[in-house]
Design a protein around this ligand. Structure first.
Ligand code: XMP
Length: 326
């Protein structure tokens, strides 16, 4: 029978044996898989591991702090944060096509990570130890999907932390390779990780960049970040996190509509709420959220986010629509 403590013990022993005294690098994304695989490796080898977190400027409100403060406090992981928001925004300027956004974000992510990696390799070398390993949060379904061939048509190119350069001379440590998501969450809890990370709903690697329909700019990211934080807070307060798979908030940045506030006419942007229920994201239904929760989200967003004067609800299932708008 399955038991998270024995999985942890087994993996810790295996990782120690595999690594010896070498150094190890891991990429944290803020998501469950990289958080748990990194924590497991840290449990095994402590400061022989360095975790790298790339802040691409497309994160949700509080996400960086969650990693830098809460995650580090609960694990003791040695963390390097790469401040890459300016670089990413520079490269995203003028881009509106969803796949071009994904490719750009994926490419810049690899660049930012490689730079951090080079620094760590040099530092370790100076200390007389090679960096030999890279941690990856590959789960059992990922293994099956990439080996199985069949899978689904590639409708959207995904850039997860998993998609790191393969031309590098590292061996992989993949301590979650035999596990399913719910087992990974259980291990994360057993390792004492913050519930906000362990229980996190899916969030795409390209982040808010694919939830701004139109060009991604700093101002638009600020607007969307605020609206998204309100929607998430209200859904959590209403106890609905367990019922929804995820609820993207999408900014229709190139659309404006007329509104009225106080004595004034406004000409602001709409956001779309996209609450979905799903088992595996392959298919999804729109979640029938209670009207009073929708009303609270709408009132708060239009009151608190000056540039937004309209909140709409997406009532389309997948298929025919995808979960994300891009
Ligand atoms: P779609 O929009 O294809 O999304 O119905 C299915 C699931 O995948 C997530 N998603 C992504 N995840 N990189 C990711 O890591 C991506 O580029 C990406 N695009 C979509 C989406 O949030 C949903 O959970």
């Amino acid at each position: 029978s399955w038991n998270s403590e024995s999985v942890i013990d087994e993996q810790v022993a295996r990782i120690r044996e595999q690594v010896g005294s070498a150094r190890v690098i891991s990429a944290l994304s803020g998501g469950v898989d990289s958080a748990v695989s990194t924590a497991l490796v840290h449990r095994a080898i402590g400061d022989q591991l360095t975790a790298v977190f790339v802040d691409h400027g497309l994160l949700r409100k509080g996400e960086r702090e969650q990693v830098e403060n809460d995650y580090v406090a609960s694990t003791g992981v040695r963390l390097v944060t790469v401040d890459a928001a300016d670089t990413f925004l520079g490269h995203l300027a003028g881009i509106t096509d969803p796949e071009t956004k994904r490719k750009t974000i994926g490419r810049e992510f690899i660049r930012a990570f490689e730079q951090a990696q080079r620094d760590l390799v040099a530092e370790a070398k100076a200390e007389g130890e090679p960096v030999k390993f890279l941690v990856q949060g590959t789960l059992y379904p990922d293994v099956v999907e990439s080996g199985g061939g069949a899978g689904t048509a590639n409708i959207k190119s995904h850039h997860n932390v998993g998609g790191l350069p393969d031309d590098l001379d590292f061996d992989l440590i993949e301590p979650l390779r035999t596990l399913f998501k719910d087992e990974v969450r259980e291990i994360g809890r057993e390792l004492g990780l913050p519930e906000a990370i362990v229980g996190r709903q899916p969030f795409p690697g390209p982040g808010l960049g694919i939830r701004i329909i139109g060009e991604v700019t700093r101002e638009r990211l600020e607007i969307l970040r605020d609206a998204d934080a309100i929607a998430r807070a209200e859904l959590t307060a209403a106890g609905l996190d367990g019922e929804i798979w995820q609820c993207p908030v999408v900014l229709l940045a190139d659309v404006r509509s007329v509104g009225v506030q106080g004595d004034g006419r406004t000409y602001g942007h709409p956001v779309v709420l996209r609450p979905v229920s799903s088992e595996d994201a392959m298919t999804a239904d729109w979640t029938r959220l209670p009207y009073d929760v929708l009303a609270r989200i709408s009132n708060r967003i239009t009151n608190e986010v000056a540039e937004i004067n309209r909140v709409t609800l997406d009532v389309t299932s997948k298929p025919p629509a995808t979960i994300e708008w891009e």
